[in-house]
Write a protein that binds this ligand. Structure first.
Ligand code: F6R
Length: 367
């Protein structure tokens, strides 16, 4: 049932090219320049006229929500707020009929996310669900939705659910952008073509980086702390990278927007500290390079996730992991992959129970 893989997590990491293809299959018609999503099409006026979009979720799904915030604001020009469902439900939020709430949940059973949806509905908001498990409680409680179609995710650490959530949310943002006239036809088509190319690029990352990442994992597996840095679209990916390492290897890790380093975390840097930095060519590259230099001069160990052919980061980093080029908004789908593999290999080398980490459950049905 693990299809020849040692763990479900590894199988699910490797399933991502197919999972993402399943997510956009039948929805994205690249040649025609059309995106079809019944849940969005049927409610297009309501959703595209939203005064703002509120995204509620927990854990990894919350990180997908943060990526979506960048995508929706960038493409569709609708203001977005992303909230932990557990905080949203208890803080008497200001919310009304002009708001659209997007609830993201792999399992569709998370208690806090469910409670947030009920509250939003009571206040008159339109609630859209992005779930993986078909027929789950959250998918039934929402007004409309779109499934991720990632297939069953068994490993407790979420992997393919995350990348397929980002895929669904990207399709939705593109669709709204088109309807609202905030994207040109050329740009819209360009996005579709680039998204269509992502599964093959993920397959390439898996093929070309896995062995190299094992070496990196071996080198840093005894670390007691690790930092993850990224900017823009890749800031949430840094948070997700840190969460993956924490939950399966039990190594303490934190994700930060790279520029926040100098406001505190830089004090932690010494020769013992591995720092994973997402430094792709798209988006704030020069700024990230100067952040890397700051870490280097404090003797931190740098693992750079870079665009193919990069030389500048390669010169200063201890290790680099290359990913293929794509448009900025889609880089999270590629930069996430090496981070999943790094956590996986470290956890395996440390002899941890990768698929069922201590203290964690696949769906959190109590608050
Ligand atoms: C992390 C992880 C959790 C879940 C969170 C939300 O790898 O699995 O953080 O992402 O419990 O779960 P869902 O998406 O099922 O609502």
């Amino acid at each position: 049932e693990k299809g020849g893989y040692e763990h479900f997590m590894l199988k699910e990491i490797y399933e991502q090219p197919n999972a993402i293809t399943d997510t956009y299959r039948g929805r994205m018609l690249v040649n025609e320049g059309i995106i079809r999503m019944a849940g969005v099409d049927d409610n297009i006026e309501r959703i595209s006229k939203a005064k703002r979009i509120l995204i509620v979720a927990c854990g990894t799904s919350w990180h997908a929500g943060l990526v979506a915030e960048y995508i929706f604001e960038d493409l569709a020009r609708i203001p977005v707020e992303v909230e932990y469902a557990s905080e949203f439900r208890y803080r008497n939020p200001v919310i009304n009929e002009n708001d659209v709430v997007i609830a993201i949940s792999q399992s569709g059973e998370t208690a806090d996310t469910m409670a947030a949806i009920k509250l939003a509905k009571e206040k008159g908001a339109f609630v859209f669900g992005v779930c993986n498990v078909v027929g789950s409680s959250i998918s039934r409680e929402t007004h409309a939705g779109a499934y991720t179609h990632a297939g069953p995710e068994i490993g407790v650490a979420s992997t393919k659910a995350f990348t397929t959530q980002i895929t669904v949310l990207t399709l939705m943002a593109l669709k709204l952008a088109k309807h609202r006239g905030t994207i040109s036809d050329t740009d819209f088509r360009h996005h579709l073509q680039q998204l269509e190319a992502i599964p093959a690029k993920i397959a390439k990352v898996l093929e070309t980086t896995n062995e190299h990442i094992k070496d990196i994992a071996f080198k840093y597996k005894e670390a007691t702390n690790c930092l993850y840095l990224g900017r823009g679209y890749n800031f949430p990916v840094a948070l997700e990278g840190a969460l993956k390492l924490k939950e399966i290897s039990y190594i303490h890790a934190e994700g930060y927007p790279a520029a926040e380093m100098k406001h505190g975390p830089i004090a932690l840097i010494d020769e013992q500290m591995p720092v994973v930095v997402i430094a792709t060519k798209m988006g704030h590259y020069d700024k990230v390079v100067s952040n890397i230099q700051e870490i280097k001069s404090r003797k931190g160990k740098i693992i750079g996730i870079v665009t193919e052919g990069d030389e500048e980061v390669r010169d200063i980093a201890d290790y680099v992991i290359e990913i293929p080029d794509t448009i900025e908004s889609l880089t999270p789908l590629l930069t996430t992959i090496p981070m999943q593999l790094l956590s996986y290999h470290i956890a395996v080398m440390l002899g941890k129970n990768v698929d069922q980490p201590r203290n964690l459950a696949k769906s959190v049905t109590v608050e």
